[in-house]
Design a protein around this ligand. Structure first.
Ligand code: F6P
Length: 349
């Protein structure tokens, strides 16, 4: 078989591990030939390919990013896009396409299935917000990076008796904030799922600091927002941007700065902000992410050979399963509030 591979959306650690697994499993188990499409769906629309074989994949297992490049191109953004995809796949002689992406990239694969494209999805995103899989690769690495950052921020916060706000990624879901915040012993974790009351946050900080603690670490998801009211309005102004990608997502960032400035104004505690940004997405994947990515890649090749098109491989109860793509991209997985409130409330404070 001739199998096409693409990586779309934001990159994440472990993408190269999937590519390697697909190429090796295909070649060794089935004698498949692999073709890489460059820069996500853009490469399929524009017919930009690169040959992939086991030799090319020799050293890429620990490598961050994606050797294929990525983009947030949406072929359905133009009238001719879907037709261009179909003609490229026919020209290159692709029998099946393995699409590695988050809900946007996989959503395109799902729609193309209706046009006869044979696609199998592999879930990726550091945000961990795909509901059909317990976890996506890249998430563990992002949490590890954020936790290490929090450990470092803590020592300087303690030395200077400061409040330090650390803004992490997480557009609609606060998984990175919750896990890193718990692992790093944050005083407060602010997530998109639970609009926050900054007055109450300041109250709790005052209580902590009067109790003899002279520093606090707060973790804030980039998508966290104050509860409706004047603070919500002020934060919207402070963080607003006109930039949107081809899937209509706004570029987020800046809520951490607003929170740190407001805390300093309202409490008098000297405050600083660190925005981790793309540091969470770059670099080598953890062992957990390498293993998960490899399992997904091998399972995707098996799905192709069993004709399970229109599905996505997923992790459920520790096992790799297949779920319909339509279901996989239907609903975001938001933070488990039992974890956020239950465990968090016991250990924070
Ligand atoms: O891939 C998901 C994500 O990392 C989000 O957490 C973040 O909002 C977004 O990508 C950033 O995208 P970009 O790299 O295009 O700025």
């Amino acid at each position: 078989m001739r199998i096409g591979i693409l990586t779309g959306g934001g990159d994440c650690p472990g993408l190269n591990a999937v590519i390697r697994a697909v190429v090796l499993a295909g070649a060794v188990n089935h004698g498949d030939e692999a073709v890489g499409f460059l820069d996500g769906w853009r490469g399929v629309v524009e017919g930009k390919t690169v040959p992939l074989d086991p030799d090319r994949c020799r050293d890429i297992l620990p490598l961050g990013g994606t050797i294929l490049g990525t983009s947030r191109t949406n072929p359905f953004k133009t009238d001719e896009g879907p037709g261009q995809v179909l003609s490229t796949l026919a020209d290159v002689g692709i029998d099946a396409l393995i699409v590695i992406g988050g809900e946007d990239t996989l959503g395109v694969a799902n729609r193309l299935g209706d046009l006869g494209v044979h696609a199998v999805g592999v879930p990726k995103t550091i945000d961990n917000d795909l509901s059909a899989t317990e976890v996506t690769f890249g998430f563990d690495t992002a949490v590890q990076v954020a936790t290490e950052a929090l450990d470092r921020l803590r020592t300087t916060a303690e030395s200077h008796h400061r409040v330090i706000v650390c803004e992490v990624m997480g557009r609609h879901a606060g998984w990175i904030a919750t896990h890193a915040g718990l692992a790093g012993g944050a005083a407060e974790i602010l997530v998109p799922e639970v609009p926050f009351d900054l007055g109450e946050v300041c109250e709790r900080l005052r209580a902590r600091h009067q109790g003899g603690r002279f520093s606090s670490i707060l973790v804030v998801s980039e998508g966290a927002v104050p509860a409706e009211g004047p603070d919500a309005e002020a934060a919207r102004w402070a963080t607003s941007t006109d930039a949107v990608d081809q899937f209509g997502h706004a570029r987020l960032g800046g809520i951490g700065t607003w929170v740190a400035e407001e805390i300093e104004k309202r409490t008098g505690y000297e405050s600083r902000v660190t925005i981790l940004g793309h540091i969470q997405r770059g670099g080598t994947p953890t062992a957990f992410d390498r293993v998960l990515a490899t399992r997904f890649g091998v399972a995707a090749v098996a799905a192709v050979h069993e004709g399970a098109f229109g599905t996505m491989v997923a992790l459920q109860a520790g096992r790799i399963v297949r779920v319909p793509l339509a279901e996989a991209v239907g609903e975001s997985k938001t933070v488990d509030l039992d974890l956020y409130r239950g465990v968090g409330d016991v250990f924070r404070g």
